[in-house]
Write a protein that binds this ligand. Structure first.
Ligand code: URA
Length: 208
């Protein structure tokens, strides 16, 4: 499995705070951001760097910088937006590509109703953001969409994953690593991750 469960005391602590039933909208939103920032640090660990010459205070010195085109982050509407600021704290130059999906009532498959992608997707690494990897349908559809634009270096960043979702993504796109703070038990009959976080979109946006 191309699955990375991020083990870090801060990640575990913050996720536990988010799981509390009485976690307020403000607290949930802040924790989503903090957790996303920590996780993005881990998910970008293997980014390639190259040497460069820079003008230092004492003359020319060797530096190191990230190689290639700037990353694009891809929040999936709407809950993925909650993770965006945390990632941008870490990578302020990242380009943002937004994807919105809805279920086709006939096929029951997720179809895109909104996509605004940045240019040169075939040259950029992409980091997809969605707090909950439940059935995996939206994640697979987003990866399909990015690959259709030529994107080849794709990672998925989620806060909580269900085994069912991980399996679905892995079967469709074994090359795409999934980074998560937790791999939970299962999906319930309504498609919620157990124990999960509840409806992450509602909690981030304060809707019910
Ligand atoms: N989406 C959510 O917000 N929560 C789940 O548990 C599953 C999908």
């Amino acid at each position: 499995m191309n699955l990375h469960i991020i083990k870090h005391p801060l990640v575990a602590h913050k996720l536990t705070l988010m799981r509390e039933a009485d976690c307020s909208t403000g607290k949930f939103r802040t924790l989503t951001k903090e957790l996303s920032r920590l996780m993005a640090y881990e998910a970008t660990r293997d980014f390639e760097t190259e040497h460069c010459d820079i003008n230092g205070w004492c003359g020319h010195i060797n530096g190191e910088r990230i190689k290639g085109k700037t990353l694009t982050v891809v929040p999936i509407l709407r809950a993925g937006l909650g993770m965006l600021d945390g990632v941008l704290d870490l990578i302020p130059t990242a380009k943002i590509s937004v994807v919105g999906l809805q279920r086709d009532e006939e096929t029951l498959q997720p179809v895109s109703y909104f996509e605004k992608l940045v240019d040169k997707m075939d040259e950029r690494p992409a980091l997809i953001l969605d707090p909950m990897l439940a059935t995996g349908g939206s994640m697979v559809a987003t990866i399909d969409l990015l690959k259709a634009k030529g994107c080849r270096n794709i990672k998925a960043l989620v806060l909580v994953a269900a085994p069912e979702g991980v399996q679905t993504v892995h079967q469709a796109h074994p090359d795409v690593p999934v980074f998560t703070a937790a791999l939970d038990s299962h999906l319930n009959e309504n498609g919620y991750i157990i124990p999960g976080l509840g409806d992450a979109g509602d909690k981030i946006f304060g809707t019910k």
